[in-house]
Design a protein around this ligand. Structure first.
Ligand code: ATP
Length: 327
């Protein structure tokens, strides 16, 4: 038990994710519950460097649980990647007597947090907040479930027009390096094929899959493409397919940033609330340089380094299910 911790700072960094507000609220309330002072740091690591720090009370985080985005704002800080930037950040924490940090974000955020922890010994716990779901040490990251729900809702609407006009749609979802959203959305929306960064599907294989669908008189044809797909994004893949089906009405929709917004789902609210409390309790219990996650319904703490470096892979079983159901 580390009873020396008096003041905890909390920040959100990198790409925003629905549920970040619920996580901040949980950190603040758990901190106050355990009689700590909690400080909100605006704009991620930039706010730490520029001293944009203010004390948060229990009521400062009222009515934010259900809001998308992050009320602390997020940023991608170039300065924090420099030793000078991190030194300034450390001095600001020292000045205010903040002796522990909760960083909510993705792998970049944790890379920075880990470096900070190693250089200055600052106690830090990471909370996985990213729609990508690409971190090891947790079954799910905050925002992933909401992003999938948003994607599926949008794809349902596109299916209406795809069916009415016999159109073939290529829908691009987020995922530069990871296909979790794509596979989830592919199964949930009944896609004929799903293209992800981790797996090769050649144009020939895709054409064969589409031909089979046409032959089986599928009512509508939707292909989900992760933005970082092995054969490119939706536009590139659609262009290649168009060459084989010059007479077919092929359309592309890029869902883009709408997948980041909106109210967090009940799943994300619960996950964020549990992880926010776990982060504070982890710090109080002496954990540091760790990420709080949930595996098989239980809170676990994983070294930040493992969370970042052990690449989480798309479940083979899910991929198999998607293929079986696409006939
Ligand atoms: P998402 O997965 O949603 O993109 P992320 O946390 O991975 O979120 P990044 O932009 O990669 O988002 O990282 C967030 C911030 O973490 C960076 O802007 C930078 O301030 C810090 N960071 C990333 N890599 C490093 C590094 N090597 N050294 C120090 N700080 C870093």
């Amino acid at each position: 038990m580390d009873s020396n911790i008096k003041r905890i700072g909390v920040l959100t960094s990198g790409g925003d994710a629905p549920g970040m507000n619920a996580a901040i609220r949980a950190v603040v309330r758990a901190g106050v519950f355990y009689e700590k002072e909690v400080y909100g740091i605006s704009r991620g690591y930039d706010g730490l460097i520029n001293d944009e720090i203010k004390k948060l009370e229990v009521r400062s985080v009222g009515n934010i649980l259900e809001r998308g985005g992050t009320f602390l704002k997020s940023a991608r800080s170039m300065d924090f990647k420099t030793p000078e930037g991190r030194k300034k950040a450390y001095e600001n924490l020292q000045k205010r007597g903040i002796d522990a940090l909760v960083t909510i974000g993705g792998d970049g955020t944790f890379t920075g947090a880990n470096l900070f922890f190693q250089e200055y010994g600052i106690k830090v716990i990471g909370v996985p907040g990213t729609i990508d779901n690409d971190l090891s040490g947790t079954d799910y990251t905050i925002g992933f479930d909401t992003a999938c729900n948003t994607a599926i809702e949008a794809i349902d609407k596109i299916r209406d027009t795809a069916t009415s006009h016999d159109r073939l749609f290529f829908i691009e979802v987020m995922g530069r390096d990871a296909g979790f959203i794509a596979v989830n959305a592919g199964i949930g929306s009944g896609a004929v094929a799903t293209l992800i960064p981790e797996r090769e599907m050649t144009t020939e294989q895709l054409i064969a899959r589409l031909n089979k669908g046409f032959k089986n008189r599928k009512l509508s044809n939707i292909v989900i493409v992760a933005e970082g797909g092995k054969s490119g994004g939706a536009i590139e893949v659609a262009d290649k397919v168009r060459e084989h089906f010059p007479n077919y009405d092929i359309k592309v929709t890029i869902l883009g940033h709408l997948q980041r917004g909106g109210k967090p789902s009940s799943f994300d609210r619960l996950l964020a609330s549990r992880l926010g409390v776990a982060a504070v309790e982890g710090l109080i219990n002496g954990h540091s340089g760790m990420m709080a996650g949930i595996i098989n319904q239980k809170v676990v703490y994983t070294p930040l380094e493992s969370a970042i470096n052990n690449t989480k892979v798309v479940d083979e079983e899910e991929f198999r299910v998607a293929k079986i159901l696409s006939i």
